[in-house]
Ligand binder design. Structure first.
Ligand SMILES: *Cc1c(COP(=O)(O)O)cnc(C)c1O
Length: 379
């Protein structure tokens, strides 16, 4: 057991976030959705390089996915989703009265396999929801052609990909509907939180209302410090808005992202890749690390050694993760009646290594050395 206290992931928050929250409490005293949220939305828009109306902040990344689906698709539609994702993506489809259709993934990247997805298209398919697994936005190259060819909407689950670039543009700066998560361990956090970014004015209007019980134009009123006392309500709605307290944390984190968090995450992931690239029995996921801010760093452990290796790392004080148990194996989504061979094989190989800006480069070195030694013993 080493004396290092290595965590798999954690929030990186401190004095700056605490001062920002204190300011909301002591100076404004308005904790609900007001100026801080408006400013956070404006600053996200500026960061992404889009107009402010496109950005809507909500209470979680899951709420973002739910509202994006709810406000862009008729109830009963089918949504193509890679099975290898956080259960949030699948639950969001159910919340929006839609049917999640589990699809297989590419073994080299863990991203949605478009050939598999294509086979699952029916007259009821309304959308495809690519997941930028491990912050890899490579599917953007093909997903919009695919969607156009089949007349589908695209709802990007970009929970891992805040701050990532694709072809010189930020994820969220192009496309149909893009959802981010700001939960505690994501690239930036607002405590909990999420955002919907869309190029569709009607979707933007609907999600802004739907986060406040679908009280029409309540967002504008609240941003003026007012309320709507004689509103109409035409659709289902939720209490999914973001609070000023959350936005104060999020605004602080956004200012730290490019200077502090992004270089740290990149440097650590690149060191993992350098040290593990030639190790027999370890396979790196294929991705262009340039312009990515890695949220997690899973590697593949071949030859049936994942389980014993995980145990040996744990013994050495190194926690690891498994992202993710395929959704089609969960009871609610069929309990494994469906067979998706690549997802099923991958989850028996994928090992998520510790990655967050609170680690030192020596921790990464130690993790690599320990992993290589342990694999040697398992020969
Ligand atoms: C974190 C995450 C979500 C959900 O975000 P929350 O803010 O935790 O609700 C959705 N999809 C993926 C892939 C995630 O990692």
């Amino acid at each position: 057991m080493s004396s290092r206290n290595i965590r798999l992931s954690r929030s990186i928050v401190g004095k700056l976030e605490s001062e920002a929250v204190s300011k909301v409490i002591e100076q404004s005293g308005y904790l609900g959705m007001g100026d801080e949220v408006r400013l956070f939305e404006e600053e996200i828009a500026e960061y992404l390089g889009v107009e402010p109306w496109r950005v809507t902040c909500v209470s979680t990344g899951t709420a973002a996915l739910h509202l994006a689906l709810e406000c862009s698709l008729p109830a009963g539609s089918e949504v193509l989703i890679p099975s290898l994702t956080f259960v949030a993506s699948f639950q969001a489809a159910l919340q929006a009265n839609l049917k999640p259709i589990a699809c297989d993934v590419n073994p080299d990247t863990g991203l949605l396999d478009l050939a598999d997805a294509q086979q699952r298209i029916t007259p009821n398919t309304g959308a495809v929801m690519p997941v930028h697994y491990a912050s890899n936005p490579a599917l953007c190259e093909h997903i919009y052609d695919f969607a156009k060819r089949h007349g589908l909407r695209v709802i990007e689950d970009a929970a891992h990909a805040f701050g990532c670039d694709f072809n010189g543009k930020k994820i969220g700066a192009f496309g149909d509907i893009v959802c981010f998560s700001f939960d505690g361990i994501k690239n930036i956090t607002s405590g909990e939180g999420g955002a919907i970014v869309t190029s569709d004015r009607e979707v933007a209007r609907l999600v802004k209302d739907a986060r406040l019980l679908s009280v029409e134009n309540d967002t504008e009123k609240r941003f003026q410090g007012k309320r709507s006392w004689n509103p109409d309500v035409k659709r289902r709605g939720w209490r999914y808005h973001m609070s000023n307290i959350m936005a104060a944390i999020g605004r602080t984190q956004l200012r730290r992202l490019d200077e502090e968090f992004a270089p740290a995450r990149r440097e650590m992931a690149n060191l993992y890749r350098k040290r593990l690239a030639q190790v027999p029995g370890v396979e790196l996921l294929k991705m262009d690390m340039q312009n990515i801010i890695p949220h997690i760093h899973p590697v593949r452990i071949l030859g049936g050694k994942l389980k014993p290796l995980t145990g040996m790392l744990e013994q050495a004080g190194i926690p690891t993760g498994s992202h993710y148990k395929p959704n089609h194996q969960l009871t609610l989504f069929g309990g494994g009646k469906q067979h998706l061979p690549v997802s099923e094989r991958l989850i028996g190989e994928l090992l998520t290594l510790p990655l967050h800006p609170g680690l030192e480069m020596e921790d990464i070195e130690f993790i690599c050395t320990t992993l290589i030694e342990a694999l040697g013993k398992l020969k």
